[in-house]
Design a protein around this ligand. Sequence first.
Ligand code: SF4
Ligand code: SF4
Length: 323
Amino acid sequence: MDLKTKALLLSIGRVQLSRPQDGGQPSTAGPGAGESSVFFQSGRRLVRLSVVDRSPLSLEVRGDEALISLQGRAISRGRMVEPLLHSPGQAYITVSERCIYDCRFCAVPRLKGGVKSHQRVVEMVKEANATGRLESISLTSGTEVSPQLEGERVAALVCDLKQFGVPIGVSVNPFPGVNRMLYDAGADEVKYNLETPDRILFSRVCPGLSYQEIMDALEEAVELFGENHVFSNLLVGLGESDQSLRQGMDELTDRGVLPILRAAYPHPLRLDEVDITRPSAERLLELARYLRMRLDQKGLDGRLALTGCYCCTGCDLVPGRDL
Ligand code: SF4
Ligand code: SF4
C-alpha cells in the first residue's frame, strides 16, 4: 500500500465486508469507539477501518490474503492483522468508558460504558502478555468523577502494570500535578489531547475543558518524559482551517510534543451535534507532509515513540513510519 492509498483509505475510514464472518472487533477506544473495526496491513503500512454495512470500500478475505476494493476496483492487497487488545502488539485499554465532559464529536459520554476495576485491567494485560505478543501498554480513560480521581486510578494501575516490563503510555484529562503523579507511578509516555488548535472551535466542541490547561500540561510533560514521548491529538475535519492546524503543529512541535493528525470521525451517536467533514486524501497528505517537515526541523522523531498511536499507525499517516 503506497502512501496515497493509505491516505485514501483513511479519508473514507469505513469498509464493508464481503462476508460478515471476515472479522470486525468491537472497539472501546479511538475514532470509532463502540463500533467494529478491522486492521489491514499491506507492505509496511497498516490501516484501521470501521466496519459498516455500506461503504465505497469493500474488503474480501481469501485465505491468508485480503483485498480492498473501491467501488469494485481492487486498490490494495494485503492481510488482516489481529489486534492484541484494540491495537496490534499493544494492550490498549480504556479504563473508564464514560465521561463527565461532553465533547461534541466523542462517543464516550453517549456510550455510558462501564468502569473497569483495577483487577480486571491487570487480568486483561496478563492475558495479553501470555500470548507472547505484548510490546507495550496504553491506558486511556474518560473522566468518571474528576480528572484528579481518574489520574489517581490510572497511576495506581501503572504502578501495578510495571511488572510486565513493557513501556506504558497514559492518556487522561490533565490537572495540576498530573505529570508528576504519572511519572512517579512509572509511566513512560503521556498524551493530552488538544483536539483542535482553533480556540473558538475548541470552546464550542470541548465545553468544560481548558485549552490552556492542556497546553500547559503538555509543556510540563516534555520536561519529565522527554521529547518524542508526549503526544496530542489534533482532529482534522471539525471545520478548522489548514492554517490553524499548521499553527497548532508549530505550537506543539516547538514544545517537543508529537502531534497526532487524526481524521475526525462522524460517530453515529453524535451526528446531529457537530458538523464533521471527513478530510480528503489530498488534505491528509498535505498536512502529514507539513508535520513531517516540522518534526525534522525540530529534531523530533516519531519512530522513538514507545506506545500508543505513533506505534500502532492504524488511524493516521504517521511521520517516521508512513512518511
Ligand atoms: S474529555 Fe475525552 S473522553 Fe471525555 S468527552 Fe472529551 S474527548 Fe470524550
Ligand atoms: S492508531 Fe491509536 S486510536 Fe487508532 S487503532 Fe491504533 S491505537 Fe487505536
